[in-house]
Design a protein around this ligand. Structure first.
Ligand code: G6P
Length: 367
């Protein structure tokens, strides 16, 4: 009913709008006076120092959150991270060391491939840390430690707040590990957590772009292909943005690491092809501006996402969506928001059932 949907037409929009609250609920109880407290997970600093390698395993959007995790954990904690699709991990005879750990990410906690991957890692004696939204789900029960994303129930098939809260926990883990291993000082963690606490307010601000994104969606609802490009963490977000669009609007879309354009996607750019260019990594900004020029020269229509104040891109892109100034890691939590809203309105414009896209299920509990 309309009431269940909080007055919105679809659960997906309700859940998009709930993201500030969900993000806050996920981080707030774990940041105490600028220190990170990870519930009752049983890792001592010594345990964290002894981690040899982290394997993050998931499916779908949770796998995209894992990729964000790789960028952040490797940079903050200098622990090598391998990201695996659960359906690949479970059958490829993975190489696991006794000092490795597995982080399993799943909104539902019931995805068959993810659960099977968990069991395989466990069978090999690897310590499992789960990041799950549904309390008491199979993945939560079978893991050694659990960190819950406090997103609340997610109904729409295409995840939004589930994904955002998974990313939030990637940040907390990365900082916690970084501090335990001596790469981040208590002072730095305090500063970073204070910045992380600003994210819900920034998401709130981006949610007010609703009308503007609706107009943009109307203008591009009949696109045949949409390419989403980015570098670094922006590439991880490009993957998620592109998935949102194809899941619910059925428009073909691909995410490409912007530096790889010249090795493939650029051949597909034609007059009017929509390219979304995420350009929020400061050291890579100039490179993205160049990539935008390259696709513009082949006729693309470019919508860029950039940080407020980085206006140079406006001279080359057709439209720019600005996100608040924030450090290069936390941008992932902001960039995804306009991508979700844009995808939503493209799907509406095309008459799709946003909450129940064809051929997809909320939770894939059979292989
Ligand atoms: C399905 C959903 C996706 C989700 C994936 C993993 O395919 O449609 O939105 O990302 O499963 O689900 P999980 O519950 O394990 O996060």
């Amino acid at each position: 009913s309309a009431a269940e949907k909080g007055g919105y037409d679809y659960f997906m929009m309700k859940e998009i709008m709930e993201q500030p609250k969900a993000f806050k609920a996920t981080i707030s109880p774990r940041i105490v006076d600028g220190e990170i407290k990870l519930d009752n997970i049983k890792y001592t600093d010594e345990d964290i120092k002894n981690i040899n390698r982290i394997h993050i395993i998931a499916c779908g959007s949770a796998w995209h959150a894992a990729i964000v995790g790789k960028y952040v954990i490797e940079d903050y904690a200098r622990i090598p991270v391998e990201v695996d699709l659960a359906s690949e991990f479970r059958y490829r005879n993975p190489i696991l060391d006794k000092n490795d750990i597995c982080i399993i990410i799943s909104q539902s906690g019931e995805t068959a491939d993810t659960l099977a991957a968990l069991r395989e890692a466990k069978r090999q004696g690897i310590r499992i840390l789960a990041i799950v939204n549904v309390v008491g789900s199979s993945i939560a029960r079978e893991s050694d430690d659990v960190l819950y994303t406090w997103a609340g129930p997610e109904i729409a098939v295409a995840t939004t707040k589930g994904y955002s809260t998974q990313v939030a926990l990637m940040y907390l883990l990365a900082m916690k590990f970084g501090q335990a291993r001596g790469y981040l000082s208590a002072e730095e963690v305090k500063k970073l957590t204070a910045e992380l606490e600003l994210v819900p307010g920034y998401i709130e601000k981006l949610l007010t772009m609703d009308e503007e994104l609706k107009e943009l969606a109307k203008a591009h609802a009949h696109a045949n292909d949409v390419f989403v490009i980015g570098r670094g963490i922006d590439y991880a977000v490009a993957l998620e943005g592109s998935l949102k669009l194809k899941e619910i609007s059925y428009i073909h879309s691909e995410a490409y690491a912007a530096g790889e354009l010249k090795h493939g996607t650029i051949s597909l750019i034609e007059e009017g092809t929509l390219v979304v260019a995420i350009a929020t990594q400061d050291p890579l900004y100039e490179k993205l501006v160049s990539n935008v020029k390259e696709v513009k020269a082949r006729g693309a229509y470019v919508v860029a996402i950039a940080k407020e104040g980085n206006t140079e891109i406006a001279e080359v892109a057709d439209k720019v969506i600005y996100i608040p100034q924030i450090n290069d890691k936390f941008t992932a939590s902001l960039n995804v928001i306009p991508m979700q809203i844009f995808s939503y309105y493209v799907a509406i414009e095309r008459g799709c059932d946003v909450d129940m896209p064809r051929n997809l299920a909320k939770s894939v509990t059979v292989e």
